[in-house]
Design a protein around this ligand. Structure first.
Ligand code: G3P
Ligand code: CA
Length: 262
């Protein structure tokens, strides 16, 4: 990489691997997360859904049709049924892989030689009436990461488009960082985060291109900004310039390289 292409900044954004290094490996698989960590990702993003037998698994879509050899709705299947399918071979760089549970991802993250933070996204949690948050917090407690000494030292953050979901986490785990995802004026302006006690806002890159001032406004209220999904050089540069704290990308290796001081 030519020196001129590197982005120099006092405090660069931390690089979060979106569904793992999902540009180069099948999303939400162990291989995707291992590659992300090997490439120096400082955070790992995952989507969690509830199975019929109340296990939290890392799957983005409502169904497994796009990302596995099988078909079906995640919430209507048991973990054992999900394990019958291959979640890796559909990808052009994929190998056979099992569905990943949240517990397996936490174990990988905590066992890795360099510290990384998990950004756990609850997908449509409201229809489960609090069960997703209850099971998620139980898991974080089991691993001893539900009550960090400070937000900066937390190994986990919960992120969600659901205000009710974010609020439940905040109420039951007040020390855990929470990010309210979305592009509405209430999220950008901070009033939604204030209402639920979220410690960060999570707009998309499309919104931050048009509203770069939202980052400074969030920082003035003591809130971090988490931006998704940032794969292009110009967008990484933009995020670094306006002071975004966390960039979620499908290509953590290349984004880390762009952000590395020469
Ligand atoms: O990291 C937030 C981002 O992942 C939200 O969108 O659809 O990729 O879960 P989605
Ligand atoms: Ca997500």
């Amino acid at each position: 990489l030519p020196d001129a292409a590197r982005i120099k900044r006092q405090r660069r954004p931390a690089v979060v691997a979106h569904r793992g290094a999902s540009g180069d490996r099948p999303e939400h698989t162990l291989a995707a997360y291992e590659l992300a960590l090997a490439q120096g990702a400082e955070g790992l993003e995952c989507d969690v859904r509830l199975t019929r037998d109340h296990q939290l698994v890392c799957v983005h879509d409502r169904t497994i049709d796009r990302t596995s050899s099988g078909t079906g709705v995640v919430s209507e299947m048991t973990l054992a049924e999900l394990r019958e399918h291959d979640f890796g071979s559909w990808h052009r760089f994929g190998r056979p892989a099992q569905v990943l549970t949240l517990a397996e991802l936490i174990t990988l993250t905590l066992d890795w030689s360099s510290p990384a933070r998990l950004f756990i996204e609850t997908k449509h949690p409201v229809r489960f009436g609090g069960l997703v948050e209850q099971l998620l917090l139980a898991e974080l407690h089991r691993f001893g990461i539900a009550s960090p000494p400070s937000a900066d030292h937390s190994r986990a953050a919960v992120i969600s488009f659901s205000t009710a979901g974010a609020w439940r986490i905040r109420r039951n785990a007040p020390l855990l960082p929470t990010v309210l995802l979305g592009d509405t004026a209430r999220i950008l302006g901070g009033s939604a985060a204030t209402a639920v006690g979220a410690t960060g806002i999570g707009p998309s890159i499309a919104t931050l291109r048009d509203h770069p001032d939202a980052v400074d406004r969030a920082a003035a209220s003591g809130r971090a900004t988490y931006c998704w999904t940032v794969d292009e050089y110009a967008d990484v540069l933009h995020c670094a310039r306006i002071g975004v704290d966390f960039v979620a990308t499908n290509f953590p290796g290349r984004v880390r390289e762009w952000l590395e001081p020469s």
